[in-house]
Design a protein around this ligand. Structure first.
Ligand code: ACO
Length: 197
């Protein structure tokens, strides 16, 4: 299933009009102030439902209302050529900073501010065609962050495979929370932690 809300009957606004670029960064401010905020709301809510459904979650963790009440960032991708160049929504990646208690497995957990992947969804017809990587790469470049430097909120098997395939992240360090973190985080940041504690 793909997201076509903005293309629904009676609507003269195309996906490309709402999102002129192939990847758009949505924040509370940009989403709220957009002249197309009602359409963006429908799209985000629908995407959130599709994401929850595909991950077997009871409730949507991504909605327009949640975005505008947070400092989260949503990177939203479109396929500009689909629907006779009117465009179609491909998927989204939601990032946000969290204060987590983390551990490298050898010491008691300590608090750290960490950039987290909170939700990630590519519409079914676009999956396994490189769109997820394209979107993820764009976001981490824009945020100037490395995949090992992030925590992943209850990652699905697909995301676990994705991170192993593209970023060689395989060595999971168990955490006292629902987030998944990789050994590289503790190796690459160990000096900082020793100094900061
Ligand atoms: N089974 C196993 N691995 C998969 C699958 C699948 N069905 N789909 C994607 N992958 C992994 C594999 O490593 C795959 O490489 P392969 O085809 O050689 O095995 C690789 O991702 C493909 O890379 P892309 O095409 O760039 O990825 P895609 O566009 O499919 O996006 C994503 C990856 C976001 C995980 C997508 O598959 C998706 O939306 N899945 C459903 C929702 C989901 O699981 N989201 C993650 C939730 S967890 C969280 O957000 C913290």
């Amino acid at each position: 299933m793909s997201v076509r809300v903005a293309m629904s009957a009676g609507s003269s606004v195309s996906v490309r009009t709402i999102f002129p670029r192939s990847i758009t960064l949505l924040t509370a401010e940009t989403a709220r102030s957009s002249p197309h905020h009602l359409k963006i709301k429908k799209i985000l809510n629908e995407l959130g439902l599709l994401s929850a459904e595909s991950q077997g979650l009871k409730h949507s963790i991504t909605t327009f209302d949640k975005l505008v009440e947070s400092d989260h960032k949503i990177y939203l991708a479109i396929d500009p050529e689909e629907n006779d160049d009117d465009g179609e929504v491909v998927g989204f990646l939601k990032l946000g900073e969290k204060r987590l208690f983390v551990t490298d497995g050898s010491e008691p957990a300590w608090p750290a501010n960490i950039q987290c992947v909170l939700d990630f969804y590519i519409c079914a017809k676009y999956q396994r065609h490189g769109w997820g990587r394209h979107l993820f790469e764009h976001a981490i470049e824009n945020e100037d962050i490395e995949p090992w430097n992030m925590a992943y909120d209850r990652p699905s098997e697909k995301l676990i495979n994705f991170l192993a395939k593209y970023y060689r992240l395989t060595d999971v360090v168990e955490q006292p929370n629902r987030y998944v973190m990789y050994r590289d985080y503790f190796i690459n940041t160990s000096v900082k932690y020793v100094q900061g504690r």
